[in-house]
Ligand binder design. Structure first.
Ligand SMILES: *[C@@H]1O[C@H](CO)[C@@H](O)[C@H](O)[C@H]1NC(C)=O
Ligand SMILES: *[C@@H]1O[C@H](CO)[C@@H](O)[C@H](O)[C@H]1NC(C)=O
Length: 606
């Protein structure tokens, strides 16, 4: 395999590919005889629930701009994130591949990138939507939340993955960014201290020392005063091992940084008008592209910092919604979507821009009033979907998914109920840009997927309304819980092989851990639901009661085993030990001891 996954193959076929084979055969070619390659705009919201927007059935929250997008586009009612948590979901969106293949997930210490000082990121040989489109001649830009790894000195930041420009938060917004509350739980902090070298070494040495001295005191060989002195020393040591990680993890608001390109420009980030500033940069990207009369099409990835906690809105928006600060946040985000879409119209780019709007995962129900709504899926208007972010119950996975490309699909306002995944976005964009669609992992053959092969499917047949009725795009959709497949979707059935152990059974949450462990309880036989008729997962189908379901379960069981066997173990990037020297430190050059000192003494900032 060439180092850049499939790039040479893409380039080789590009000349031929530009003739867009899809346009010749499609009944939609009449909309535009020879559609120029479209611009591509991705609007990704953080932790937005399926039930948080008007187009998906919320009658009390005001999201007129997203609703209009849905009215002019195609609304997917069963759009599923590849993972119910941000880092792996975003990695899958960007590459079309399950995050386990990239190492962008973990199960022990960190399921997401836990610190801007974590060394890794999406491996540089992976192809992202941006690197694919840039090679094909697109102008590319990104605004907002990255959270798939910065690497050392920004070696894995957006500019290393195909973006010409970047403005935003390369990690994530968390409670600590508002200088209140904690994000990393005490238990994950304890894991960090007890498991990660060198903290673990100091921790163990301190404990051993204390144990020895205690036994010396007991046998009368050590004075109690010496023992107390030693306790003080041990405490100092333990404090140090707590202090270093808490300085460089997302517990410290200095870890909330704003970048332009590869350079930190604000530390800590000022949240208040961040959505306005993100909007300004996204609109400016479009304006400047139009002003330059750039011949190239563009790709803009607008990944909102919203609506994840810490919640923040502009002063003039406070209290406007019927749903408190969370509702204000959703409505401010919708305003921003309106501004960006208006910029397209202003330059006459509204028709030939392929727009995708979605969320990275379900709402964070653990944050109660500060989290979103799971919503009601078609099939059950009485029960909200089960679960929360970070769980493979439907609420964690099912996200809004709206796609609009007026030049090709028309002003459709169509609703599509086929099961789709955010893994499908990468191959779909390849197709609409006239590039060869990367080969799909064969669901029947289950050969290990080498680089160059994606897990997603080109959605074009569905979007162009030429998918034969009832024919699924995917034989199986695998719902990953970190490193393992905890649930499988096959036709109308979903089988849970492992589920969450809820702390709060009624709310489906784990408040003390901030998110639930997704595969805490194994199920054999699996817990099966008809997810189309019962999207709230209330009525499990008993084994032996439904022959069709039993047959589907047998196929899912086999598919799951083969899927897991097909994934070649890749070292986890999220669980790599953060390094003080990697911590962004405005005002101090990288690297060097002065910078390390500045980080530890909290001197970074601008
Ligand atoms: C870190 O990145 C900056 C900006 O790209 C660059 O100027 C600098 O040389 C890099 N430093 C090291 C040590 O790689
Ligand atoms: C609408 O959204 C708000 C904010 O998330 C939520 O409180 C409310 O329950 C939602 N309504 C419905 C019908 O889902």
């Amino acid at each position: 395999m060439p180092p850049m996954r499939g790039v040479s193959a893409l380039l080789a076929t590009l000349a031929a590919g530009l003739a867009s084979p899809a346009s010749a055969s499609s009944p939609f070619s009449s909309f535009l005889a020879q559609p120029a390659r479209p611009n591509v705009l991705i609007l990704l919201v953080d932790d937005l629930g399926y039930g948080d927007i008007g187009a998906y059935g919320n009658s009390t929250i005001k999201t007129p701009h997203i609703d209009l997008l849905a009215a002019e586009g195609i609304k997917l009612t069963q759009h599923l994130a590849a993972s119910p948590i941000c880092t792996p979901s975003r990695a899958s969106l960007l590459t079309g591949r399950h995050a386990v293949r990239l190492g962008l997930t973990g199960s022990k210490i960190a399921r997401v990138m836990p610190s801007p000082a974590t060394p890794g990121g999406i491996p540089l040989e992976e192809m992202t939507i941006a690197s694919m489109l840039r090679k094909a001649g697109y102008a590319t830009g990104m605004v907002g939340k990255w959270h798939v790894g910065m690497g050392s000195n920004c070696s894995h930041c957006p500019l290393a993955h195909g973006f010409d420009s970047y403005w935003g938060m390369p990690v994530t917004n968390v409670q600590a960014c508002a200088q209140k509350g904690e994000w990393m739980t005490q238990s994950s902090m304890l894991h960090f201290i007890t498991d990660q070298w060198p903290a673990s070494l100091v921790f163990r040495a301190a404990l051993a020392l204390l144990a020895i001295s205690a036994s010396l005191v007991l046998s009368g060989k050590l004075s109690s005063r010496a023992f107390f002195a030693q306790c003080a020393l041990t405490f100092a040591l333990l404090y140090t091992v707590y202090w270093v990680p808490s300085t460089i993890m997302l517990l410290n608001h200095k870890a909330c940084v704003l970048y332009e390109g590869n350079a930190v420009i604000e530390q800590p980030v000022q949240l208040k008008y961040l959505t306005h500033r993100e909007t300004h940069h996204a609109v400016r990207f479009i304006d400047e592209h139009a002003r330059r009369a750039d011949e190239r099409p563009f790709f803009l990835y607008m990944a909102y910092t919203k609506v994840h906690t810490a919640l923040f809105v502009a002063d003039e928006r406070e209290g406007l919604s019927a749903h408190g600060p969370y509702g204000d946040n959703v409505e401010e985000m919708d305003w921003s979507v309106g501004e960006i879409l208006a910029a397209l119209e202003r330059h006459g780019l509204g028709d030939n821009t392929w727009v995708y709007m979605s969320s990275d995962n379900g709402p964070w129900r653990e944050s109660r009033d500060e989290g979103g709504a799971c919503g009601f899926a078609p099939g059950d208007s009485e029960h909200e979907m089960a679960g929360s972010k970070a769980q493979t119950w439907e609420c964690g996975l099912r996200v809004p998914g709206i796609i609009r490309w007026r030049a090709r699909y028309g002003r459709t306002g169509r609703v599509e109920h086929a099961a789709t995944s955010n893994l499908d976005i990468f191959p779909t964009i390849a197709a609409i840009a006239g590039l060869p669609v990367p080969p799909h992992v064969s669901e029947r053959a289950y050969a290990p997927a080498p680089a160059g092969i994606v897990d997603g499917r080109d959605l074009s047949p569905l979007l162009e309304a030429r998918l034969p009725a009832g024919e699924p795009l995917h034989d199986f959709i695998f719902h990953y819980c970190d490193l393992t497949v905890s649930a499988v979707r096959h036709g109308r059935y979903k089988a849970h092989f492992a589920t969450t152990k809820w702390e709060d059974e009624r709310a489906h949450t784990c408040p003390s851990a901030l998110v639930c462990k997704c595969a805490a309880v194994a199920h054999d036989p699996p817990l099966v639901f008809d997810i189309v008729a019962d999207p709230a997962e209330r009525r499990p189908i008993a084994p032996g009661s439904d022959a069709e379901a039993d047959a589907a379960v047998a196929r899912m069981r086999e598919a799951r085993a083969r899927q897991e066997a097909s994934v070649i173990g890749v070292p986890s990037q999220t669980e790599r030990r953060p390094e003080v020297g990697n911590f962004p430190c405005c005002g101090f050059p990288h690297p060097g001891w002065r910078r390390i000192l500045a980080v530890l003494l909290d001197r970074c900032g601008c």
